[in-house]
Design a protein around this ligand. Structure first.
Ligand code: AR6
Length: 234
């Protein structure tokens, strides 16, 4: 899925090298950024911050689901993102992915703000995933607050046209209106909202530490997310 003419212009004008970090696996420098013909999904680790899901278990599920889906992407790649170089989930996933047969050009981790991956990190992502709340509302905290704030009010309107709420484990793909700063500045054409399992007793529908249910819902969440991304790529 090639970028639009507008995106290509944006990419051509602002093309820059990827800042390789010591955190990035070998090969991620090939995560050359400005390639319009590679479709990229950037996603945060669903449920592991505000929703308090166990990092070890979440990292197993991320690697399992990436391995299942990555080869279905002919010309696409998946990038797990977090804000800090000290991110526990990124290092767990990197270590576990390295032991599996996963192409490091098609899956890698990246440190940066998911709403600024192109303008600050030089990484062009066509789609970004949001760890949403069930009402699909702006605010709250974490990545949800950041994505809605960066996208501007048109994301809320576009989201409402697609879905009013989400069940845990489900995702909804929302095309981003072309007036959104995430589109014009970052080249993001789709936001995929996904609702993960909640282990935080202060938030709605807490699973009260039931990791049998929790793991099953988290698997379902990544399946819905990656299936949604595949529907854009095809
Ligand atoms: N860029 C990249 N990664 C981020 C960013 C960012 N701007 N902000 C947070 N992360 P969370 P959850 C990482 O809490 O656990 C919200 O209030 C973060 O470090 O956003 O699924 C919603 O409204 C972590 O690795 O999502 C829901 O109610 C990951 O993103 C609830 O939180 C997910 O952290 C969802 O909680």
């Amino acid at each position: 899925c090639k970028g639009t003419a507008k995106e290509s212009l944006l990419l051509g004008a602002a093309s820059k090298e990827v800042k390789e970090s010591e955190d990035l696996p070998k090969g991620s420098v090939d995560a050359d950024v400005s390639v319009g013909d590679i479709t990229t999904l950037a996603f945060p680790s669903i449920s592991t911050a505000d929703f308090q899901f166990n990092n070890e278990k979440a990292s197993d599920i991320i690697v399992e689901k990436v391995e299942e889906f990555v080869n279905k992407l002919e010309n696409g790649r998946l990038v797990l993102v977090d804000l800090s170089h000290g991110s526990k989930i990124l290092s767990l996933v990197r270590a576990k992915a390295a032991k599996r047969n996963i192409d490091s050009k098609k899956f890698f981790t990246f440190v940066g703000d998911i709403t600024r991956l192109y303008s600050q990190g030089g990484l062009h992502c066509n789609a970004i995933a949001n760890a949403a709340n069930w009402r699909l509302k702006p605010g709250g905290g974490g990545v949800n607050a950041a994505i809605f704030a960066a996208a501007g009010p048109s994301l809320e309107t576009a989201t409402k046209e697609r879905a009013k709420s989400l069940l845990p484990g489900h995702a909804v793909v929302v095309p981003l209106p072309s007036d959104s700063p995430l589109y014009t500045r970052e080249g993001v054409s789709h936001v995929i909202h996904v609702l993960g399992p909640n282990m935080n007793p202060q938030r709605p529908n807490s699973l009260n530490n039931d990791y049998t249910k929790g793991c099953s819902i988290l698997r379902e969440a990544y399946t819905s997310l990656f299936t949604g991304f595949l529907s854009i790529v095809r």
